[in-house]
Design a protein around this ligand. Structure first.
Ligand code: M6R
Length: 609
């Protein structure tokens, strides 16, 4: 996620802003920038890479005395990491500067309008519409200009705005992107995250959605975007820095599991056209014709990304009716794959830097395939080297075990299914049903997370077991693989995922009363078959943990433990089923005393083949 810090007070803004940016470093970023209001106007400095690079910028050192400024660390969404795309963005005069977190959904329309009015854009970002919009309404009252401008904006934002002609005003606003105002002694520090504030003050005001704050050297006032005054209670921040970085969660992995309702919503934000019942994927638009005519799609990736590729295979074949193959990226490259006309290779990667996946992309490209990327890190190598792609917009994932990136990968595959399916055989009403179901998923995940305590108890029962099996059929088979991978990578317990029917071809010999077996046992086409598999395990003394459909009374008498999930239909079930398995793995690992966020022998990004 991007980070915001802003300062208005008696002290030099520059070191406070830089230190604040450093506090936000743990969130991950790709570029940063600062704007400081000095006696001779606005001073702007930006750099790609670490904050250190920004500190070296001569422009930053040239304005040492300013006591008003804004700063930003960027996690690219629209437009790759570059100096031009880094914030702050300014209006044409260079006097009005804005930092922005979030996504402006109607940025294309606003950009077009502003261009017609003569504005020349200097970046590829959605954020740059903001300074131009505010400048349009600026008549000396900065807060009023921001309020007017925001009325035209659709999307999420946390913003801080300053103007060179207003040495005593800092304006900030939020809608769906957090913003906190730190209230010090004769000074204010505004930030997207309390970690950038508490070195200066522990007294804060939390802004609500569609709320705007005007800070001056005399005090502050808040109102809604529609100019209705609001009153705010000053609160004490009680967390220490370490806690704040993890937002009070014990581990990044847990925080990221809990972020999934938001990350899933971010993945779909602005990408659904309900009228046409399709997905709007700007990155694929230029290749829509090739994709519609594609004869075969090869999905490739490693680890968790490979599991999402398996779900993609079910989705594309089942719903968009395109033949799909799924390949481990490491195998694809060395087996001399046949790439014919009409073959599209889709690489899936959270980091966008995985060496095996990158090698697969290069191999596919050399053989003439159209290559697409489904990537989280904007501007990463895979994002750059593929012909086109779709970003996850899941925000930075810091825990080594991939959680929110996985669900966002599956969500993007769904969006691509709509994009392709509607151009091929998918009926309008079918797509409408899918879209309606998709939009309910974030809330359903939020509800599922309430079972955390129950799942923790299951983990406590089996934490000392050294061998686990995960079994599922159809769309749930990749979830069995993913559940097993999560457990083994963070708790160092041996776990195997299998298609449930395969058990009788060998693994059934492993079943003893010591063996917990996790079944993905939702009601659906293969329910009776799964129930038979459960009985096979039980009759050998194995312990059964079933992820089952809410309201299924029957399952209770067959399983030792039941985790209930809503019935969302076969194709959507993976998005929900994986969540309890992430929590189960997490709790087992914590109870075994493992380093959950940095498991032994593993790295977040595997850049060696
Ligand atoms: O960054 P990528 O998605 O390309 O990474 C691929 C795998 O290394 C990754 O998914 C790995 O399996 C995770 N640790 C799983 O949690």
């Amino acid at each position: 996620m991007c980070g915001i810090v802003a300062y208005l007070g008696q002290r030099r803004a520059q070191p406070i802003l830089i230190e604040g940016l450093k506090r936000l470093e743990y969130r991950g970023y790709d570029s940063a920038g600062v704007a400081i209001r000095c006696a001779d106007g606005m001073h702007l400095a930006k750099a790609v890479g670490r904050i250190m690079m920004l500190e070296n910028e001569a422009a930053l050192r040239s304005c040492d005395a300013g006591t008003l400024g804004i700063a930003h660390t960027r996690w690219a969404t629209h437009g790759g990491p570059s100096v031009e795309n880094a914030h702050p963005h300014t209006d044409a005069s260079g006097k009005l500067a804005v930092v922005h977190n979030g996504i402006i959904e109607n940025h294309s329309a606003l950009r077009k309008l502003l261009e017609q009015e003569g504005v020349v854009f200097r970046s590829e970002t959605d954020s740059e519409v903001l300074p131009h919009l505010f400048a349009k309404y600026y008549r000396g009252d900065l807060a009023e200009a921001v309020r007017q401008g925001l009325k035209e904006v659709r999307g999420t934002y946390g913003i801080a705005v300053i103007h060179a002609d207003n040495p005593d005003a800092l304006v900030a606003a939020r809608n769906g992107s957090p913003l906190i105002v730190g209230i010090g002694d004769g000074e204010f520090v505004v930030a997207s995250d309390a970690s950038a504030i508490i070195a200066h003050t522990t007294r804060v005001v939390y802004l609500e959605d569609r709320e705007i704050v005007t800070l001056t050297r005399d005090g502050f006032s808040t109102s809604t975007i529609d100019a209705v005054p609001t009153s705010k209670e000053i609160q004490e921040v009680e967390w220490d820095l370490e806690q704040i970085e993890k937002k009070g969660y014990a581990h990044f992995m847990l925080k990221e599991i809990y972020e999934q309702p938001e990350s899933l919503a971010d993945t779909t934000r602005g990408r659904i056209d309900i009228e046409e019942a399709t997905a709007v994927l700007g990155g694929l638009r230029a290749f829509a014709k090739e994709l519609t005519r594609a004869k075969r799609i090869i999905l490739t990736g490693c680890g968790t990304a490979w599991h999402s590729a398996l779900i993609g295979e079910y989705l594309f074949e089942d719903l968009a009716r395109i033949p799909v193959e799924v390949e481990y990226a490491s195998e694809f490259r060395y087996r001399n794959p046949i790439i014919e006309d009409g073959t599209v290779v889709v690489a899936i990667s959270q980091s966008g830097e995985t060496a095996d996946t990158l090698a697969a992309v290069r191999e596919a490209r050399n053989k003439g395939a159209l290559t697409l990327g489904i990537v989280n890190v904007v501007g990463s190598t895979i994002a750059r080297e593929t012909d086109a792609g779709v970003y996850l917009h899941a925000g930075p994932e810091i825990g080594v075990a991939s959680t929110k990136a996985f669900t966002s990968q599956v969500m993007v595959l769904f969006l691509m299914t709509l994009f392709l399916g509607r151009r091929r055989h998918m009926a309008h009403h079918h797509a409408v049903n899918i879209i309606q179901a998709l939009t309910r998923v974030p809330d359903q995940v939020r509800d599922l997370l309430k079972q955390d305590g129950h799942i923790e108890e299951i983990a406590r029962t089996y934490k000392d077991r050294e061998n686990w099996l995960y079994l599922g059929r159809g769309y749930n088979f990749p979830i069995a693989l993913e559940g097993a991978l999560k457990l083994k990578e963070i708790s160092y317990v041996h776990a195997e995922g299998l298609p449930a029917a395969e058990m009788k071809h060998g693994p059934i010999a492993l079943i003893t009363p010591d063996m917990p077996v996790v079944f993905l046992a939702n009601r659906g086409l293969q329910y009776d078959k799964i129930m038979s598999n459960i009985e096979e395990v039980r009759s050998r003394g194995g312990r059964v943990i079933a992820v089952a459909t809410e309201g299924d009374e029957e399952i209770g008498s067959h399983a030792d433990h039941v985790i209930r999930v809503p019935d969302v239909g076969e194709s959507l079930q993976p998005l929900l089923n994986v969540v309890p398995l992430q929590l189960l793995a997490y709790h087992v690992a914590v109870m075994r005393g493992c380093a959950v966020d940095k498991p032994r022998n593993l790295a977040k990004s595997v850049t060696v083949e």
